[in-house]
Design a protein around this ligand. Structure first.
Ligand SMILES: *Cc1c(COP(=O)(O)O)cnc(C)c1O
Length: 368
């Protein structure tokens, strides 16, 4: 692979294919696959990732916000797109772009029905979200009668799926809780479906749900982080390949004498001679200040170099006293060996946060 000459985020579509096939190998033949490509496909490149998955014949896509769905339609995505978290102000745009809303409360259900009627829609595809314990979004079990009553009076919408979201599918110490969510979802969805004369798709599992709760796959699964190459456990990470590599270069090397300081607020004060490298990536690029002052690190010529002092907006300084390297040499912030998950842990965060934070100003390079 070409050496980086500036900061670049490489997205490996072959690794994406591998992860998709691996996750699919966990499913029964008829179970559908929804790819969650919200937040720029977890900080990578939503359009390129979605187009690639569309070629691999994924069944469904999901995004969080309406604007993300519109961008996918404009990029040529023709598969159905579920918008997980729309607001009433988005409903006309949702219909205009053939996006499918998650209806998660009486307020949004009522509002979507009136928009669909105004736009002369019939059987417009919608998804009903139930809350089964995450307590974030969703109808409660005792809202079923209300939903049914709203559907009785009109034919403008049709429920294509019923779903819920697990709170702790990666946490095996919460197995009992997860099982209670699974059975609560089964009961609630059955209650709703019994009063319809058709059968919507049922779905519940995210990546860790797919890996840890095979009996809960139901009709479809929703994977995001797994497609990016993380399985939320050491054993599953071995089966997946991180799709993103974040690389940069050494801009300048400084020789620091004992007693000198490095960076803003003089946060690092040297107690001995040091060699430092300045690298063009900072908190505006997604390497937050919590990675500063010895917590985070990068790799230069295969050696680990700790971040010293405060993370700046556009730069970090790292300790290369022990590393044989030159200005212009490549720097690995994360790749498939030095993973984003490892780096995230150094600052007490998770892979999801680190990879989704990589700013848009960093060039994306697609590897096919
Ligand atoms: C983000 C999200 C997912 C994907 O979860 P992963 O852990 O990344 O696989 C699935 N379902 C919902 C409702 C989500 O918000």
């Amino acid at each position: 692979m070409a050496k980086a000459e500036e900061t670049v985020l490489e997205i490996d579509l072959n690794a994406l294919t591998h992860n998709f096939e691996y996750l699919k190998s966990k499913l029964k033949k008829n179970t559908k696959f929804l790819a969650v490509v919200k937040a720029f496909a977890y900080g990578s490149d939503a359009e390129q990732v979605a187009l690639h998955l569309q070629q691999l014949n994924v069944d469904y896509f999901a995004v969080a916000y309406t604007s993300e769905g519109v961008a996918l339609r404009n990029a040529g995505i023709t598969k159905p797109i579920l918008v997980l978290h729309p607001q009433p102000i988005n409903f006309k745009a949702i219909i205009d772009h053939c996006l499918e809303p998650s209806l998660y409360s009486a307020r949004v259900l009522k509002s979507f029905i009136s928009c669909a009627e105004k736009e002369n829609q019939s059987s417009y595809p919608v998804h009903i979200k139930f809350n089964t314990g995450l307590n974030r979004l969703g109808f409660w079990e005792n809202d079923v009668d209300y939903i049914v009553s709203q559907l009785k009076n009109n034919s403008s919408i049709k429920i294509v799926s019923v779903f819920s979201h697990l709170a702790a599918s990666e946490d095996l110490s919460e197995k009992e809780f997860t099982k209670s969510q699974i059975s609560s979802f089964k009961n609630t969805s059955k209650k709703l479906i019994d009063s319809l004369n058709y059968k919507p798709i049922l779905h519940l599992c995210n990546t860790s749900g797919v890996l840890n709760y095979p009996k809960a796959h139901l009709d479809m699964v929703r994977c995001g982080i797994g497609l990016c190459g993380f399985g939320n456990s050491a054993s599953e990470n071995k089966n997946l390949k991180p799709i993103a590599t974040l690389k940069s270069v050494i801009s300048q090397i400084h020789l620091i004498e004992k007693g000198e300081s490095v960076g803003y607020n003089r946060a690092f004060k040297s107690t001995a001679f040091k060699k430092t490298a300045t690298i063009p990536i900072g908190h505006a690029d997604g390497v937050g200040r919590h990675f500063g002052n010895g917590k985070g690190f990068v790799f230069i010529n295969k050696e680990k170099a700790n971040i010293i002092g405060n993370v700046c907006m556009d730069m970090i300084m790292v300790d290369i006293t022990h590393i044989d390297c030159n200005e212009g040499d490549e720097v690995i912030i994360f790749d498939n060996q030095h993973t984003a998950e490892n780096l995230a842990e150094s600052a007490n965060t998770i892979s999801y946060e680190l990879i989704t934070s990589i700013s848009r100003r960093i060039k994306r390079k697609i590897i096919k």
